[in-house]
Design a protein around this ligand. Structure first.
Ligand code: ATR
Length: 269
């Protein structure tokens, strides 16, 4: 029951009405028996929103597009890896002191490591936006050899140079010997369900293919990967895990991942 003890959490972003974070967090709070509620805040003015978080004692806040980088100067402390990624997706408020962390890379790495040992693997990473950047830093920490492709080549080149990886145009990947493929672009996302970022023929038996797109649940890339005999990891896996990692930061407890995934599947139909 919501009462005078209820703690407030939320997500700031714009647009934010499509966010699945309230589904993840409210379901988990209920099952964990916590007196807490999580709301979506469509923010116009970030400085005012941050003042509101401090002023009202909002306990924890998820940060989404377009604020993940912009929010950094407003925080009192940012964990090292989030600072390097230059993106914070998790704010924790302790008595007005705001700390920032990034759970996107953790979510992606946990989802991958459940299926494969990443050490020394050769990885094709598609995309050079915020999500791709977080995943690239995570892969760097595991000693992976990463090849980055992106529609805007200059962004792939900049990210690859920053991390000591290789960038190349998508038209040049034929014959590239990789064990892992990660789509961190929005290609294939609803309503463009019939698109895939890759030619099916590139996908070979034994590869592990992860898509960060979670709507639809099974993207064209994942369907084709399965048809080619690849091991697949759906976008839902990363989404659920980045949320679970936030809950752990805020409450000190690990929520039930399967229940979170079930809530998400239901929400996504
Ligand atoms: P996110 O935070 O989810 O990573 P983003 O920072 O906007 O979002 O990045 C989106 C990624 O998807 C980028 O790599 C983008 O390529 P550009 O850097 O060239 O914009 C990629 N992307 C989006 N739409 C695409 C499309 N139709 N074809 C190819 N790549 C696309």
């Amino acid at each position: 029951m919501i009462n005078a003890q209820t703690q407030l959490y939320g997500v700031i972003g714009n647009p934010v009405r499509h966010s699945l974070s309230p589904i993840i967090h409210n379901g988990a709070f209920r099952r964990m028996g916590l007196n807490a509620v999580y709301l979506a805040f469509e923010v116009e003015n970030l400085a005012e929103a941050i003042s509101g978080i401090r002023g009202l004692g909002v306990r924890g806040v998820s940060v989404t597009i377009p604020f993940k980088t912009q929010v950094i100067p407003f925080l009192d402390e940012v964990e090292e890896v989030a600072g390097k990624i230059k993106a914070v997706n998790t704010i924790t408020n302790e008595g007005g002191r705001l700390t920032g962390q990034n759970t996107d890379w953790r979510g992606a790495l946990e989802a991958l490591e459940e299926k494969i040992d990443l050490k020394d693997k050769r990885v094709l990473l598609l995309g050079s936006g915020g999500a791709s950047r977080a995943i690239a830093f995570g892969l760097k920490g595991k000693g992976c050899q990463v090849f980055i492709c992106n529609r805007s080549l200059h962004k792939a080149r900049a990210l690859a140079e920053e991390l000591g990886f290789v960038s190349l145009p998508l038209s040049c990947i034929d014959g590239l010997d990789t064990q892992v493929v990660i789509n961190a672009t929005s290609v294939g996302m609803h309503p463009n369900d019939t698109q895939s970022p890759l030619q099916k023929e590139f996908l070979k038996k034994g590869m592990t293919v992860m898509d960060i797109v979670y709507h639809p649940l099974r993207t064209k890339l994942l369907q084709e990967a399965e048809e080619q005999g690849c091991q697949t990891i759906a976008g839902l896996e990363m989404l659920a895990r980045q949320g679970a990692a936030q809950l752990q930061i805020w409450t000190g407890r690990r929520p039930d991942l399967e229940e979170i995934k079930e809530d998400l599947r239901r929400a996504l139909g």
